[in-house]
Design a binder for this molecule. Structure first.
Ligand code: SF4
Length: 175
């Protein structure tokens, strides 16, 4: 059902992922703390506000099935920031649709996005509480997942090569 939904929404690639292969890794949290993306401490779904890694692993252990989804597109060159931004927005829209539809079909869904929660144009973190805790999307990285490892486990490429960009997210169904 999830795979069918993902294909209907238009993701470039989609494949089943075995939740038992997902491991929350401290190393990924350390990469987040380096704040190369500029969202560390500025989004409720990102570290250090994303909760303990042990709690993330417990949630992952409750998942019974999942799908990895990707949006891939061509870039003019490796500095094509506008092209990257357009692809990121396209992927975010697709993933928000997938999460919304999955939440209608399954009682407990764990959507893990590519990057920070983008439900609001500007996250209220850290000054005011999250506006929409029920809609909030955590990132794969906030759950300690090494995206390349998850792609490998699902049999999908992490990247399609030079002058392309791929955004990856996954959606998991919980017991
Ligand atoms: S729902 Fe809004 S306030 Fe809450 S984490 Fe997402 S962007 Fe931030």
């Amino acid at each position: 059902m999830l795979l069918t939904l993902a294909k209907e929404i238009g993701f470039s690639h989609a494949a089943a992922v075995d939740p038992s292969s997902l491991k929350a890794q401290q190393e990924v949290r350390e990469l987040c703390a380096a704040d190369r993306c500029g969202h560390y401490g500025r989004n409720w779904s990102c570290p250090p506000y994303a909760g303990e890694l042990t709690a993330a692993q417990k949630q992952l252990a409750r998942c019974t099935e999942g799908v990895l989804v990707q949006t891939t597109g061509n870039l003019a060159d490796e500095f094509d920031i506008e092209g990257i931004g357009r692809l990121m927005q396209l992927h975010s829209r697709r993933f928000a649709t997938l999460a919304r539809q999955a939440r209608l079909l399954y009682p407990k869904v764990l959507p893990l996005s590519a990057g920070p929660c983008t439900v609001c144009r500007h996250c209220t973190c850290p000054t005011r509480p999250c506006r929409f805790p029920q809609k909030r999307l955590s990132s794969m990285e906030a759950f300690g997942l090494m995206v390349g490892d998850v792609c490998r486990a699902a049999g999908l490429p992490y990247s399609d090569g030079s002058k392309t960009m791929t955004f990856t997210s996954c959606i998991l169904i919980m017991q």
